[in-house]
Design a protein around this ligand. Structure first.
Ligand SMILES: [Cu+2]
Length: 97
């Protein structure tokens, strides 16, 4: 049992190291604003394929700066830059289409 836990911790440390060591993956997507949660600096976007980052889906993103959400409303067509850091995705720029 102890050996198994130690192995699991070692594997986890490797994954964490791999995530921190790699530079962030970036991409640009197009989509539609589904909802905005300014209090949590979060925007949910229905987006198309983002080459090198992810397939088409609807999902929430954290914005790197809450001011990016100013003047946006559900239904707005946007183009956005996304940055993947480890398991998390951040929107770093939003442009209206
Ligand atoms: Cu997505």
């Amino acid at each position: 049992m102890k050996v198994r836990i130690r192995f699991a911790l070692a594997a986890l440390a490797l994954v964490v190291a791999a995530c921190q060591g790699s530079s962030p993956v970036r991409g640009t997507g197009e989509g539609k604003v589904v909802s905005i949660d300014a209090a949590h600096a979060e925007i949910t976007i229905e987006h198309g394929d983002i080459e090198g980052v992810m397939k088409a889906m609807t999902m929430p993103f954290t914005v790197s700066d809450p001011r990016l959400l100013e003047g946006l409303a559900p239904g707005a067509a946007i183009e956005f830059d996304v940055e993947q850091r480890g398991e998390r995705h951040f929107v770093t720029a939003i442009r209206r289409r």
